[in-house]
Design a protein around this ligand. Structure first.
Ligand code: PMP
Length: 451
């Protein structure tokens, strides 16, 4: 029977409604299958999975009451910290009205208000309509399918190729994965999915022959920084040049702001740093403050109007998911946007980013740190066996993963991408927490790689 029990977690008492006597770690190992996880090692007798039971601000608490800093904002989702009272209250209040209703054939108040506020985040216009879905991958699917259908029914059916960048990552559903350029994550999408033409740089794209260009429906890019590609930063000005090129060619620009959106890069959206307005903008992860699965694909008026017509004309966008426009998620997102305004979150970012930069700079003289890549409150710390001449660790050494496990002893939770350690704290992080995160990475790297 569920019972409540509380324990001291340093910052306060965390109350958990837990059924006592269950060994959750054992249940997990016996019954569940985790994403991106080699399950044989996970289930090995000597491995006790960390079960995260509660959180407050930038901290998470495990089954033993140990507190950790949430160094990757719970896989890049959390924005204002865990259990933010404003967001918790908004979800509870919505729950007492209704949790979920169909968005197919019906509207609802929080989704309508959220759509208007999202459009309002682009005060200079250019993005006028909001299509809701559940996660980053579906936000991308919606944008790509809209772009293809748009051309098909608006006079240019030959535009059926999506132009994507090398080493891009846009999600794991079949279509989204087919856009990705990292073989490890493409899986069976290698043979299936969209017709994709791939380029490495903007210069490669600009050099494409005219014959190719007439088949391209849209270009898709992660603006400013390729996340899963170990936090690679695009050259300054590249996004603006890409926008100009797309306009000149009459090709759609799709921005994947699933990771970069909602303040991560220092502005509400990465594209705003280069004053770029795409035809499609996809957001997810941080949209609900990172509390509930919610995504949105914003489009301009032209795209929207390309789907209007009598039902018999077959111009409708026949795509969607059961939880589209979820009322709890939209209520959380509205509260998260209110926190942005009320707590002046964006205004506080420059000082935090400056401190983060200074702290990360301190890692660059470590023997095994090849490079620290940073954009806003996003950082990738790449580790190598030897800096010069460069010698990489073997995959089998699992150095990135071992560093992240070692960091737990120093109070930090995060996850690597290969041998790049990611730090991406919630935006509510304070300087002392940034300091503790970077210190934990330093100690863990010293322990695993040697000083
Ligand atoms: N696009 C980017 C840039 C991402 O980083 C991710 C997730 N890491 C996705 C799309 C897919 O999002 P989701 O996992 O919510 O489907």
């Amino acid at each position: 029977m569920p019972l409540s029990f509380g324990f001291m977690g340093g910052g306060g008492i965390f109350k958990l409604p837990l059924p006592l006597r269950l060994n959750y770690a054992e249940l997990d190992k016996t019954y569940t299958w985790h994403p991106f996880t080699p399950m044989r090692d996970w289930c090995a007798p000597e491995h006790e999975p960390l079960m995260l039971c509660s959180g407050e601000g930038c901290y998470l608490v495990d089954q033993h009451g140990n507190r950790y800093l949430d160094g990757n904002a719970s896989i890049w989702t959390n924005i204002h910290g865990h259990c933010h009272p404003r967001i918790n209250e908004a979800i509870k209040a919505q729950l007492d009205r209704v949790a979920h209703t169909s968005y197919l054939g019906f509207g609802n108040p929080p989704a309508a208000q959220l759509a208007s506020e999202l459009v309002g985040l682009f005060p200079d216009g250019g993005l006028e309509k909001v299509f809701f879905s559940d996660n980053g991958s579906t936000a991308i699917e919606a944008a790509v399918r809209m772009s293809l259908q748009f051309w098909r029914q608006n006079g240019q059916p030959g535009r059926d190729v999506i132009l994507a960048f090398d080493a891009a990552y846009h999600g794991d559903t079949l279509g989204a994965a087919s856009l990705g350029g990292i073989p490890l994550f493409k899986g069976s999408a290698n043979q299936f999915g969209y017709v994709v033409q791939r380029v490495r740089t903007f210069e490669d794209l600009a050099a494409l022959p005219a014959d190719d260009l007439q088949h391209i429906a849209a270009v898709i890019i992660e603006p400013l920084v390729q996340g899963v590609n170990t936090m690679r930063i695009w050259p300054k000005g590249m996004l603006k040049a890409l926008e100009t090129w797309c306009r000149g060619q009459g090709i759609f620009l799709i921005l994947d702001e699933v990771m970069t959106g909602l303040g991560r890069t220092g502005t509400m959206f990465a594209c705003q740093q280069e004053k770029v307005v795409p035809d499609f903008l996809c957001m997810a992860k941080g949209l609900s403050g990172g509390y509930l699965p919610l995504a949105a694909t914003l489009v301009n008026q032209r795209v929207y109007e390309g789907f209007l017509g009598a039902p018999s004309e077959g111009r409708t966008f026949f795509y969607g998911h059961s939880f589209t426009g979820n009322q709890l998620g939209c209520a959380a997102a509205l509260a998260s946007l209110a926190v942005f305004r009320e707590e002046k979150v964006l205004e506080q970012l420059p000082a935090k980013i400056k401190a983060f930069d200074r702290l990360l700079q301190g890692l660059t003289d470590m023997a095994h740190v090849l490079e620290v890549r940073r954009c806003g409150l996003i950082a990738g710390i790449e580790l190598v066996k030897q800096r010069s001449p460069r010698l990489d660790y073997e995959t089998a050494e699992q150095v990135g993963a071992r560093v992240c496990v070692a960091a737990r002893k120093h109070g930090l939770l995060t996850r690597p991408i290969a041998n790049t350690i990611v730090l991406m704290p919630p935006l509510c992080v304070v300087e002392s927490e940034l300091e503790a995160m970077v210190r934990a990475v330093r100690l863990a790297v010293e322990e695993v790689c040697g000083a």
